[in-house]
Design a protein around this ligand. Sequence first.
Ligand SMILES: Cc1cc2nc3c(=O)[nH]c(=O)nc-3n(C[C@H](O)[C@H](O)[C@H](O)COP(=O)(O)OP(=O)(O)OC[C@H]3O[C@@H](n4cnc5c(N)ncnc54)[C@H](O)[C@@H]3O)c2cc1C
Length: 527
Amino acid sequence: MTEPFTAAEREALAPYFTHLDGPVFALVNLPEVVKGALFARYSRSPKSLRRLFLDEFLTREGRSASPESAGAGVERAEQLYERVFFEFGDDSVAQLGGVHLACERASNLLTKVLEWGRLMAYLEQSTRYIPYDDRPGGRYRYHVPAELEGDLRTRYVEMLDHAFETYRAWLPKLVDYWAARYPRASDDSDAVWRSSVRAKALDTLRGILPAATVSNVGLYGTGQAYENLLLRMRAHPLAEVHRYADLMLVELRKVIPAFVRRVDLPDRGGAWSAYLAETREDTRQVAARLVAETPELRGDVTLTDFDPDGEVKVVAAALYAASDVPDDQLQEIARRMTHDERAAVLAAYVGRRGNRRHRPGRAFERTSYRFDVLTDYGAFRDLQRHRLLTLEWQRLTPRHGYLVPEAVLDAGAGDDWARAMDASAALHDAVEGAVSADVASYAVAMAYRVRFYMEMNAREAMHVIELRTSPQGHPSYRRVCQAMHDLIAERAGHRAIAAAMHFTDHSEVELERLEAERAAERRRARP
Ligand SMILES: Cc1cc2nc3c(=O)[nH]c(=O)nc-3n(C[C@H](O)[C@H](O)[C@H](O)COP(=O)(O)OP(=O)(O)OC[C@H]3O[C@@H](n4cnc5c(N)ncnc54)[C@H](O)[C@@H]3O)c2cc1C
């Protein structure tokens, strides 16, 4: 059935809807708040969206406006938000509009705050493709915390300048080192080989860069995701995080004002942020009182929790949608099965995976693994990007020691590396003593180790492990994820689940970017 619109109505609708007759269409050239409010009307109106738009949102001015003006129904939409979202607190309405927001020159500590939320998408400048050896505006690319003043600030700037100078001095030498170690193969183009060698040198040296190093991040999220992000940011102890929260709020209010109304109202967002700040501080105090032990010495990756019955439960969950018996009864059936029968269920459920994107279904979410990881901050930064899991980290300090890539020693950079690490630790301690432990983390080089945990179900583990062991990945996180795979098979004894993750790559890779660069070149060459 096609909805009847008059010629005038069709003309009015055309700038805003990608199709005027069919049941599927996209909304374009409209403010986020209007699109969100239109969807919100679905819940209480028998009318179609295009009819609602004509009847309730398209103002007299809107009818005569150009498509670019995008002014249609803003006032009405704002009013609807006021009522539904602000007064009744119907949060789902705030999920109906999104914004692309750029946050530039953010420190690595800040980017981790920005990238914490699960329901957002992020894209960040990479230390692997961008050399940090330039000085735009006469300064290396690092953040100077507003909390530092006087001599300590001068010392901070000197130390960080020195760290960046060490990085800058060694970059061409490391490029030469890798170029000599992996000369260009005759069938590789110069561009492919150069990019791979350069990425390898940048990967090797990133550990010298301090956590204060700045990066550019693109965020895409809904109004609600931004609201949550801003509430967390306003509760954060660092001045840089507060400053960005203020800047973000101003820009978001230009695009989705109704969605972020309550963020800075004292009795709404204010109270919410205060709750977050208070509970964090109280937990720190109680932890300081009750956790006096020194950390045990152990390997980089520990499987701290798993379910010994996990595989049986996954088998039962795999059968659920294909049967008509209750969940717990299926579990008993799976438990009584022979090993071969359970293997047959998993073989059918996992099937023939053509590539790592062919992922089995939600039965793999029936069992979980919790890993405690102690690895360099560089690798942590990358693993923290995974959203469909629970990940929390401890403060970055020099207390857990640092990693030295073998190539750094081999190329003769070992002494400079050690000096940079010592200077970073000394500056950290000075800032911690004079200002605060949180601000001190800016000074810590990314080669230092940080502790964090990752708790994820087997389906997310399959994604993380297969992606992060792929040959083009950084060696630091490849090692972590290879260890996770071994622990699932051997420590948890979930051999069938581990076997299902068969795109896990345990090979040693020499020049990680080489294959990816070759593939990119082949794609570019295609007509
Ligand atoms: C070799 C390599 C190079 C990389 N280079 C860069 C880089 O230069 N810059 C950079 O920013 N990142 C880079 N990344 C990180 C990458 O872009 C992802 O951020 C990271 O892998 C985590 O996200 P994910 O979607 O893979 O997994 P998860 O966040 O763990 O999500 C798991 C799955 O859930 C689904 N999902 C999660 N969130 C969403 C969402 N918002 N919308 C829809 N579906 C979702 C997707 O199916 C996703 O695969 C790189 C990763 C690798 C392996």
